[in-house]
Design a protein around this ligand. Structure first.
Ligand SMILES: Cc1cc2nc3c(=O)[nH]c(=O)nc-3n(C[C@H](O)[C@H](O)[C@H](O)COP(=O)(O)OP(=O)(O)OC[C@H]3O[C@@H](n4cnc5c(N)ncnc54)[C@H](O)[C@@H]3O)c2cc1C
Length: 415
């Protein structure tokens, strides 16, 4: 049985940053990364960005580490191998090729997976030409398909779906966006926000069908169209599905690892099992800024958690504390999320701006303090909002100013 001082499952940004941080702290301790993807560390973010997607940059630029980096750093990279089980008593992880690895300290940095269509529920959901965009192979397949496709359907709202619509339109592909809800991203924000996004999508040539669900995928082996539950038929050569995220925690759950949607941790990113940490999209961590469990799905959060988890694995006691953010641009619109944007029942929401102004923000407050914001064409407000959240500023006397779109939030933010 091969033993490693530090064993990391997942070679994305959280896992790789953790390995890098561990090596900086501990020059000699053995480190291994197990990744079910065959590739060395690459930028998942770039998969949906025009430069890569439209092949404007050399393909190799997607890679953020070279193979030689792992050798130089003395980090064992076990690519193309999936961790299938965890035994916390023996301190072992089993892989899908039968190999068993022993660890002293283990990090689970397994990320998130786009939810797939269920062929039991949607007839023909396994046809060729149906894509989820998560890994390099997905992007490569989509890049090939858009070379000949004339029309496409994107299913579901969200950041990646918004970006995908723009990429398809850049290739002059007739694009229809199909959403189950009455407006774009209805589960996360209000109708005004949804309608603003839809206006930009429409201006960019995207046809939007709302309150619609796919019933059947048409075609023989290859997608030729989809039929909705209301009976509309949409001819297309490709479908990109973005209907939510799941977390690949199944292999680790049976051994008593405490999981919710993701892997539960405290503010030090420690799980309930001894010497086991979690970081990145899969970590359902205790967010000390908001004072509640939370889960984030963005690059900088995953990178920072990878670093903090590694420091804790090395023996430093470091809290994870961060106001996370996510931005996306497309069709001339900038969408930004700051902090915790979950529309929970105990949040007070103050809006600033309007659909007419094409500039609209929603500030989410818990008790007296700001915890998050969604911003449309108001990106410069990200910095003061971040500061207001981070510094727990009491805003109870300032609701009128917060609602005024011309009020400069910097004046409330501590320097
Ligand atoms: C197309 C796309 C565009 C995005 N754009 C942005 C953006 O613009 N800005 C932004 O902030 N974020 C963006 N994101 C989100 C961002 O990429 C993620 O938040 C980030 O990659 C999470 O890093 P992670 O290390 O936690 O997980 P991941 O990057 O998902 O890495 C986890 C790795 O673990 C592997 N794994 C899972 N289970 C096992 C197992 N049992 N055994 C072995 N390996 C396993 C996975 O296959 C994966 O390789 C985007 C995501 C996608 C898919």
């Amino acid at each position: 049985m091969t033993q490693f001082k530090y064993l990391i499952i997942g070679g994305g940004v959280a896992g790789t940053t953790a390995a890098e941080t561990l090596r900086q702290s501990d020059p000699t301790g053995s480190i291994a990364i197990v990744s079910d993807e065959p590739h060395v560390f690459y930028s998942r973010v770039m998969l949906s960005k025009p430069n890569f997607f439209l092949e404007k940059i050399p393909f190799e630029q997607i890679f953020l580490k070279k193979e030689s980096w792992y050798t130089e750093q003395n980090i064992t990279f076990l690519g193309g191998k999936k961790a299938t089980g965890l035994n916390p008593t023996e301190k072992t992880v089993s892989l899908d090729d039968g190999v068993i690895l022993q660890y002293e300290k283990l990090l689970l940095a397994v990320g998130g997976y786009p939810r797939k269509w269920d062929p039991q529920k949607i007839e023909g959901a396994d046809k060729q030409g149906i894509y989820n965009l998560r890994v390099l192979e997905d992007a490569k397949a989509i890049i090939q398909t858009i070379k000949t496709a004339k029309s496409a359907v994107c299913v579901g709202g969200g950041f990646v779906s918004f970006e995908t619509c723009e990429l398809l339109r850049m290739k002059n592909i007739d694009t229809t966006l199909l959403i189950l809800e009455p407006y774009y991203w209805a589960n996360i924000w209000d109708e005004t926000s949804g309608l603003i996004v839809e206006e930009y999508l429409r201006q960019g040539g995207v046809n939007i069908l709302k309150n619609e669900e796919t019933e059947k995928v048409l075609g023989a082996d290859q997608v030729e169209g989809i039929r909705t539950k209301s009976g509309k038929e949409l001819p297309c050569q490709m479908v990109v599905v973005g209907i939510g995220i799941t977390y690949p925690v199944e292999p680790f759950k049976t051994c008593g690892l405490d999981c919710g949607r993701g892997i539960k941790t405290n503010e030090y990113l420690e799980t309930n099992l001894p010497d086991v940490w979690a970081a990145g999209d899969a970590a359902e961590f205790y967010d000390v800024v908001v004072g509640e469990p939370a889960q984030a799905g963005n690059w900088v959060n995953a990178q920072t958690q990878g670093r903090v988890a590694a420091l804790n694995m090395f023996g430093k006691k470091q809290q994870f504390r961060m106001v996370s953010f996510y931005t996306a641009q497309g069709f001339g619109l900038t969408i930004a999320f700051v902090g915790d944007v979950r529309p929970l029942p105990d949040r007070t929401i103050i809006t600033r701006g309007s659909k007419e102004l094409k500039s609209y923000g929603r500030l989410l407050l818990k008790d007296k303090e700001l915890v998050g914001a969604t911003l449309l064409n108001r990106t410069p407000e990200m910095a003061p909002i971040s500061k207001l959240i981070e510094k727990d500023v009491d805003l109870s006397a300032h609701h009128a100013e917060l609602a005024d779109p011309n009020f400069d939030l910097k004046t409330l933010a501590p320097s």
